[in-house]
Design a protein around this ligand. Sequence first.
Ligand code: ADP
Length: 397
Amino acid sequence: MNILIINAGSSSLKYQLMDPQTGVVSAKGLCERIGIDGRLNHKAGDGDKIVRDIPMPTHSEAIAATLEILQDAEVGVIKSVDEIDAVGHRVLHGGMEFFDSCIINDDVIKAIKKCIPLGPLHNPANLMGIEACQAVMPTTPQVAVFDTAFHMTMPPKAYRYAIPTEYYENDSIRRYGFHGTSHKYVAKRTAELVGKKEFKMVNCHLGNGSSMSAVKDGKCQDTTMGLTPLAGVPMGTRSGDIDAAVVQFLCNKYGYSVDECLNILNKKSGMLAISGVSSDFRDLEDGAKNGNEDCALARDKFCYEVAKFVGAYAAALNGIDVLTFTAGVGENDCNVRASVCEYLGFMGVKIDPELNGKRGKEMKISTPDSKVEVWVVPTNEELMIAQDTAELVTAAK
Ligand code: ADP
C-alpha cells in the first residue's frame, strides 16, 4: 500500500510516500516558498536530493508539482497517481470536533473550518493542502489526522480551566494538548516493547517544542500543552507555563499589545531567553561545558520542569510503570535524560549510565532494579499518520 502523507504549512508543504505496513519511505520532499516563488526539494529512496524551482502561487501548484515528481521517469517512484491508495493529512487543531483521525468529507471540512479560531495559523494551511489534493486526485480517499485527537480522552478535571464556564461552553476554551500523533505513536510502540496493554506511563516529547502526556492503558489522561502549544514545560523559544498576569504587567509597563507580548512568550523566551545564547540544546550543552552559567541554568531549569511534571503525573495516575523519552532532545540528549531521572530518584527511577550513553535508538535505559522502566522510543509521526490512514481506508472498503 502507498500512503501519501501531507503536512501543509502556510508557505510550505512536506510530503512522504510511505508503506504503512513496513514504514519504508519510498520518496519524500518539501515544497517551500509557496505564494512567493516556489521550490521543490525531493529525495527518492537513497537517491540524491533534487532541488527544482517551480512556480507555486498556491498550495494547488505545490501538490501538482509533488504528484508530478513522484511520477517522474528518472526520480519518481510511481507510474501513475492511481498507485497512491490514500492521502493522510496532518491537521493541527481538531478542537472539540475530533476525537480520532477520520476520512475527509464535506462535514469534516466544515468542522476543520470551525476550528480555525483555535488554530488560526495552521488550520487554514492544512485545509489548503486538503483542498488542493481533492482537486487533483478527486477519487483518492483523504484522511485527517489531528495533533489534538489523542488527548481527547482526558477527563474534565484535566482539560477544564478554572475560569468562568461560559468561556468553555461558548468559546471552547480548555486544555487540548498537541504533539498527539507523536504521543499516540510512542504509547502504542511502548505497549509493544513492554509486552502489555494495561500500564501507566508518562511520555516526554522533548524537542524544540516540548510536551508531556500521562497515559493509562493507552489512553491520554493529561498533557502539558493547553489551548495552544505555549503551555507546559519551557521550550526552545516558548516560555511554557507562566502566571497569566505577567502579560498584563508587560503590556502596561512597555505599552505592548497582547499580540506583541504573546510573540515574546512564543518566540523570545524559553531556553533562548534564559541562556541568552541559543534555543538549541546542543549549543546550551557546549556553552555550559565552557563555563557559561546561563546555559547551565537553562538546561537545569528545563530538566527540573520536566521532572516536576513527571512527579505531578505520577500523582495523577497513582504511580507509573514506564517513563519514555522521545523527539530531538529526548532521543539524543543523554545528559537531559540523566538529569531528569536523577530528580526522580525518590520514585525509584534508576538508569544505567552506559545504556543511556547511546543516542537516537529504541532502547531500555533503566536498570533491572528500577521501580519504573525507562525507555527511549524515537517518534515517528509520519508512520502513525500512514497507519491511521491505511486503517480507516481499509475499514471503509
Ligand atoms: P521540533 O519541535 O522542531 O520538531 P525536534 O524534535 O526536531 O524539534 O528537536 C529539535 C531539538 O533537538 C534541537 O533544538 C536540538 O536542541 C535537539 N537535538 C537534536 N539532536 C541533538 C543531539 N544530538 N544532542 C542534543 N540535542 C539534540
